[in-house]
Write a protein that binds this ligand. Structure first.
Ligand SMILES: [Zn+2]
Length: 112
């Protein structure tokens, strides 16, 4: 795996930190839809890690929401507030997985 393919799991920025996770082999579902491969350690950029370390979960959600708006241009035909509500629900669910499976302190991605 090449380093360039790694992105912050919260904002798609450049990852600096690794958050060890409990591995459960459980697929996270929302409304009967799987919402991503979450069964691995998570990566965070310095900025998002700051929200995590200060327990600012709302700040983290807002960063993720802004990042998603930036990346998702193809569903603009849907009403903006509907899309935003839906994205918020997914982000809340994904972040809940993160907080419930955190397993130990963060460490630097490249500490060699
Ligand atoms: Zn980030």
């Amino acid at each position: 795996m090449s380093d360039e393919s790694l992105v912050c799991d919260f904002c798609s920025g450049e990852p600096i930190w690794v958050y060890p996770m409990l591995h459960t082999n459980e697929v996270v579902m929302m409304n009967s839809m799987p919402i991503g491969d979450l069964d691995r350690d998570w990566l965070a950029c310095d900025s998002c890690s700051g929200y995590i370390e200060t327990d600012d979960s709302m700040g983290l959600q807002n960063v993720t929401l802004t990042s998603w708006k930036h990346h998702i241009g193809s569903i603009n035909k849907l009403p903006g507030d509907w899309v935003e509500r839906r994205q918020k629900l997914i982000i809340e669910a994904v972040h809940r997985v993160f907080y419930s499976r955190r397993n130990g302190a963060r460490y630097l991605l490249r500490n060699t």
